[in-house]
Design a protein around this ligand. Structure first.
Ligand SMILES: [Zn+2]
Length: 341
């Protein structure tokens, strides 16, 4: 019997560890409390895996979609728009022609009436990009090439302003080795409503951030959609100083092969006290504002089970230690009793 006690203790500890981790994982899937959207500006960072897609709905009911994720995310984007009863989109923005931003565009164009399409205007040879441009032509959608200074009025004082590209054929042509000019020439937009503002940076690189700072663009924003899925080559400390955000949203797929978001970027954000939300951990993230205060509602709570030494792992270890020590203690107690006899 005594010989069986150690395996029994190990089995018990294993059951407790698995139980605690399972409990925390199911807690992570908690359904969020509903929130008031009527008469407010709503922004949704859609959960599209590795890629980018953000939906804006103004208090007047005007809607804007910035990017549409990878082709396989098209269904999710369409479903997210239908969920909000969207029949037509006043503006669709393709920040740059990469697949993880324009992949789902064809499905969006096929399923909704798109009134205006804003593109970075870069030439790019890919089947997806060409198919997207063809679909825009076929549907006779108004095609606009982005240029800094362009402003879109979403009613009730909600404005969407273009901060990049510079326009007039002024492209960023030099980027760090391994960088991407398509990313660097991303459409960057600033949404403002009363005292609230949010910056959408696409996959902008440090070079883009530097140009916008040199040009004295209005960069200050409470919420920052972090550039390039949290890559270490974006979101420089100087840029963070200029934006001074309270909240950062990172649109990123779990376990992506690029290693996004980079530890360095997360460190830079944490250092300046920015609250971070990530679509891989939080699922869809909603930002709701009346133009004064803003609220963030995440579909999942940010309990980081997978991170070592995460809180869940630490709790599991602590519980295991308590159970093991109590079992060993009981065994020792019995033996000493026996010796005394
Ligand atoms: Zn991207």
């Amino acid at each position: 019997m005594r010989r069986l006690r150690v395996p029994f203790a190990i089995a018990l500890v294993a059951v407790i560890v698995v139980g605690v981790i399972y409990w925390l994982r199911t807690r992570q899937r908690e359904v969020p409390t509903p929130f008031v959207t009527q008469g407010r500006l709503q922004i949704y960072a859609l959960d599209v895996g590795q890629g980018d897609s953000e939906l804006i709905i103004s208090p007047d009911g005007k809607s804007v979609l910035i990017d549409a994720g990878l082709p396989q995310a098209g269904d999710e984007v369409v479903a997210a728009l239908r969920k909000r009863n969207i029949k037509s989109l006043d503006l669709v923005v393709a920040t740059h022609p990469h697949s993880d931003h324009i992949g789902g565009m064809r499905q969006v164009i096929e399923n909704f009436e798109v009134k205006n399409f804003l593109d970075s205007g870069q030439t790019y040879a890919s089947n997806e990009y060409e198919r997207m441009l063809r679909a825009i032509k076929e549907k006779r959608i108004k095609f606009i090439e982005a240029k800094k200074g362009m402003t879109f009025d979403l009613g009730s004082g909600v404005k969407l302003e273009t901060l990049n590209p510079q326009g007039g054929g002024e492209w960023i042509t030099k980027v760090r080795p391994g960088g991407s000019v398509e990313n660097a020439n991303s459409v960057v937009m600033r949404l403002s409503y009363g005292n609230f503002s949010m910056l959408f940076t696409g996959d902008a690189e440090t070079e883009t951030e530097q140009i916008m700072m040199n040009e004295g663009e209005p960069l200050r924003a409470q919420v920052l959609k972090v550039g390039h899925h949290g890559s270490r080559y974006a979101t420089s400390s100087k840029f963070l100083e200029a934006v001074a955000p309270e909240v950062a949203i990172i649109s990123v797929g779990a376990g992506n092969r690029y290693g996004h978001p980079a530890e360095q970027t997360l460190d830079r954000l944490q250092k300046v006290g920015v609250k971070i939300y990530r679509t891989d951990l939080n699922g869809e993230i909603a930002i709701v504002t009346d133009g004064n205060k803003f609220e963030i509602h995440a579909a999942k709570q940010p309990i980081q089970v997978a991170r070592w030494p995460g809180s869940a792992t630490r709790l599991a270890c602590l519980l295991s230690a308590v159970v093991l020590s109590s079992m060993v203690g009981r065994r020792d107690g019995r033996r000493s009793k026996g010796q005394r006899l």
